[in-house]
Ligand binder design. Structure first.
Ligand code: BG6
Length: 467
């Protein structure tokens, strides 16, 4: 496998899924603090004890030891998010919370001390709750200003510590999860398409303006968009299925097209027209959108199918955005269909269309692990299934590189076990490092190296030559 010499190997997490300390050092509440069941809902009025994210894996107090373990694996990059409500507890304040800023200063300094480049997601499913409740989340244009104030604060503060930035995590997931993704306190069914696309428009403008602002603050910044990549294959070669899959792909790819080309593509305008979607745009918005990203990043877990035949159009469980199951693929314990070749396909497809360097910032297998005790008293997990999953995906990354696709790096999702986003549980684990915490909240929070820890260490050591 020919991974480029400067390939950025690492891992990825999000603040709300591992930091804990949900109300320490001046942090305000985020939407996650009232989502004890993840996407399955319902939300609660106030934080409740059954919400595992309130304590997470206590990364807030243990990050130094955790980063040391990442360094032991050889990480070149570590992707995390900044919890917006640590910096602006309500989201609409004029002045940031100094203690929140200090936490991330220390976190990024620790990474740098080990030669690990931090990569920061500015907004990862953790909009301040106040912005959701008082302003109705991203449906309100005011969110653009609040987001930009927050972005300016962190760009300025960390301009010499952080080079890689992502504006919104899985920005297209708002199509299915308006509250988690867009801080909109309404279910998808209760939201008109105009409201939804208005919110999307605000996020796209905010993303483009943040990209502009970031480049002004430090021209060396590399700022990317981040989408949930999920190829939608036609279920059959019936041309109607092919067109159906094309149209469904368009809904997701519109986000990439705007970020990479700086304008809404024709198919989006047609969709708005056909669906009577009216979006209010300010005079300067078109100009704002022209600030395109430096690179495209994405998560990749599943592929799905689409069909025009209503009888066959039965949705599977797959990821945050669903789809018709592919009869050729196996699924994970959580029903996510596993398709390593889809990753090569996505990399080629995005490169062909957008000609921007690509970064795989999430990929991995959520599985229930068994912690076993060795004769010498140490504990581990024999997670060969996770190793197999990643090996097969990395082989396909190698194939895409051989196809000529510029791939900047790969950050494995949940490199240390954390609380799942969709189901808000601990049992669904992704890590190379096991964290002793259970769904009922019990556990010592001790960390243990899994078999995959040593495997990934070797992959990085050999720069992907030995998978
Ligand atoms: C992505 C999110 O959707 O998938 C992460 O960006 C999330 O936040 C990851 O954790 C895996 O999903 P889950 O539901 O298994 O945690």
């Amino acid at each position: 496998m020919n991974f480029p010499e400067n390939f950025l190997w690492g891992g990825a997490v999000a603040a709300n899924q591992l930091e804990g300390a949900y109300n320490e050092d001046g942090k305000g509440l985020s939407i996650q603090d009232v989502l004890p069941h993840g996407l399955k809902g319902p939300r609660t009025a106030i934080p409740t004890e059954n919400n595992l994210k309130l304590e997470g894996i206590d990364f807030y107090h243990r990050y130094k030891d955790d980063i040391r373990m990442f360094a032991e694996m050889g990480f070149k990059i570590f992707r995390t998010s900044i919890a917006w409500s640590r910096i602006f507890p309500h989201g609409d304040e004029e002045e940031p919370n100094e203690k929140g800023l200090q936490f991330y200063d220390d976190l990024f300094d620790t990474c740098r001390r080990y030669g690990i480049e931090p990569m920061v997601t500015i907004s990862h499913y953790e909009t301040p709750l106040y912005l959701a409740e008082k302003y109705h989340g991203w449906t309100n244009r005011k969110l653009i200003d609040f987001y930009l104030r927050y972005a300016e604060t962190i760009f300025t503060r960390y301009k010499d510590k952080v080079k890689y930035w992502l504006t919104f995590n899985e920005i297209n997931s708002i199509l299915e999860s308006p509250f988690m993704s867009g801080g909109i306190p309404a279910s998808r069914e209760d939201l008109s398409e105009s409201d939804l696309y208005q919110a999307i428009h605000h996020e796209l403008v905010a993303s483009a303006l943040a990209t502009k602002l970031g480049h002004e603050i430090n021209p060396e910044f590399q700022i990317g968009c981040m989408v949930l990549a999920m190829p939608i294959y036609p279920l059959t070669p019936d041309p109607s299925d092919v067109i159906c899959s094309m149209e469904q792909n368009h809904l997701n790819e519109m986000f990439l097209a705007v970020h990479a080309r700086g304008e809404y593509p024709g198919y989006a305008k047609r969709y708005f027209h056909d669906h009577k979607i009216y979006i209010h745009m300010d005079e300067d918005d078109e100009q704002a959108l022209r600030n395109t990203v430096d690179f495209i990043s994405f998560s990749y877990y599943v592929s799905v199918c689409a069909t025009a035949d209503p009888k066959k159009n039965k949705r599977g469980e797959g990821n945050l955005l669903g789809g018709v199951p592919n009869p050729y693929l196996k699924s994970s314990e959580w029903g996510w269909q596993i398709d390593p070749q889809g990753l090569r396909y996505v990399l080629n497809d995005f490169w062909d269309k957008y000609q921007k360097p690509l970064f795989i910032v999430e990929n991995g297998l959520g599985a229930a692990d068994e912690l076993v005790e060795l004769p010498d008293g140490t504990r581990t997990v024999y997670d060969d299934y996770r190793i197999d999953y990643m090996r097969e995906h990395l082989k396909q990354v190698g194939e895409a590189i051989a196809d000529g696709v510029p791939v900047m790096g790969y950050t494995a999702w949940g490199c240390i076990d954390l609380v799942s986003a969709s189901t808000a549980e601990m049992r669904k684990r992704y890590g190379f490092i096991y964290v002793d915490r259970n769904n009922d909240g019990s556990g010592t929070l001790e960390r243990y190296r899994k078999k995959s820890f040593y495997w990934y260490q070797h992959v990085i050591e050999t720069n992907g030559q030995e998978l």
